[in-house]
Design a protein around this ligand. Sequence first.
Ligand SMILES: Cc1ncc(COP(=O)(O)O)c(C=O)c1O
Length: 538
Amino acid sequence: MDQPSERPTIKQRKSVKFSDDTECPTAVKSRLCESFEMYLKYHHEKSENTNQASKQLGLSNGEEEEDPFPMFRRVEKTGVIFATAMAKERGFHPEDPTWANMGQGAPECEALPDAPPRDYKMDISFEEMEYAPTTGITALRDKVATYYNHLYRQGKQSQYKAENVCIVPGGRAGITRIMAVLGETQVGFFNPDYTAYEQALGLFMRLTPSVYVHKDVNEAFMDPDEFEFQTVGRGVGTVLLSNPCNPTGQSIEGDNLEKYVDIARRHNVAMIMDEFYSHYYYDSDAVAPADGGADDDTNWPKTVSSSKYIDDVNKDPILIVNGLTKNWRCPGLRLCWVVAPAPIVELLGAAGSFLDGGANAPSQHLALPLMDLEFIRRDTWALQRHFKLKRDYFLKELEELGIMVVNKPNATFYVWADLSNLPAPLNDSLLFLSECTRHKIICVPGVFFDVNPRGIRHIKKSMCNQNVRFSYGPPMQNLVVGIKNLKEIINKFKINPMRASVYVKTMTGNSLHDSREGALRQTFCAPSTDTSHLVDDE
Ligand SMILES: Cc1ncc(COP(=O)(O)O)c(C=O)c1O
């Protein structure tokens, strides 16, 4: 359950260092950003007009190429797909044990030690072949309401009911439904945050995306007073955020979370709280049953939800998005929910009838035992013990490698690392990825979390250019391989550090790519791969 925690003080961010250990002068710094400029061109300008951007990139000979499908727009790849596509070009296969996929945004789905058994067998009745309601079957909605009431709202007068729950076919479907029912409003979002918010916020023209910027992307936390000042001052009507945060693994909880909810209530600002990782916490004093703690309803592992601080479930403008994808480790089921005031749930149901038609009925029945409280308690204990081991291993190894993690993540299964202490060119997240994929590692460069819906933000240089997200979602053996390969890369560049442009020329060769831009593009744009089969786990 929620426990207030002391936030660590802001630690000093180190300035960019090079191999000779001198401070980075501006001229050299700008060279570091060359790969980022390419990223911008590829993802922003090219999205507007493929032919024009190709010319800018020096990829076309200037003659007008015929667009076979002019009625379609270009849809950008999300971060994981981009990184995986590059890895694929370099021989990645998901079943190959010599690769470490630390870009993966999905938890391992196999049975965990001490976890209660799961029965995934299905026996489908004829009735389940009918359409299910677009808000979900009542039995599942009931169970979701009970889950929130039991964990976070005991003793409170206002309790959730089935009418407060909308079952949706996946978290992104839930977020899209919410975006579809919002009126003309400024929607605040944080940077960095979950990559898919870029598209979710960009799609609906009624919405005006409005960014909240952290002073230090390594300590991505905004004090509630600052949040209130920004929200009210700018007239933000809705805020979307992941808590705990993908990619930083940091969380707003305790008093701070209570204040956020209070601000939403007092100023009537809708808060869309994406609590997809609410079971992945590692900093509680509670003792797991497997370590001698009580094995009954008195002993729950720490989990966090804003629902704890809501006064009236039908009046407070808080929408919670969560589901089986991460916390229950069932990304393939595509079963999630939005918990909200009943009138908003009605709107979400209406949106479901034209957007996605609702979650499939047989899987909703399959999910019912997964929502039993006793199952959830035991399963979450097992999950936290298992993932804490992986987190601790990974953090210790990164420290030994000299990769900074300024704020130790207490939640999710992500590590938001800062590369600025590494020898060049590894201190540039895009070239870091390029080198990683050459050594059979996948990770996601920080720039993908620098959310920029519709390209409305004028970004010359991303504040996340020196950050990278590693995932410890995959099994331990995968992480061990990844650390071994990372060591090789870092040792190589410790001996022979090089400027970004030299790196690119060395890797691509000059004969085919006489333009620098072409060479950079070749290095990290992974342009030709068919990505349609890649696993979409952000
Ligand atoms: C913060 C966050 N919210 C929502 C989702 C969406 O999950 P789903 O796969 O159910 O659409 C993800 C998936 O990575 C996530 O990281």
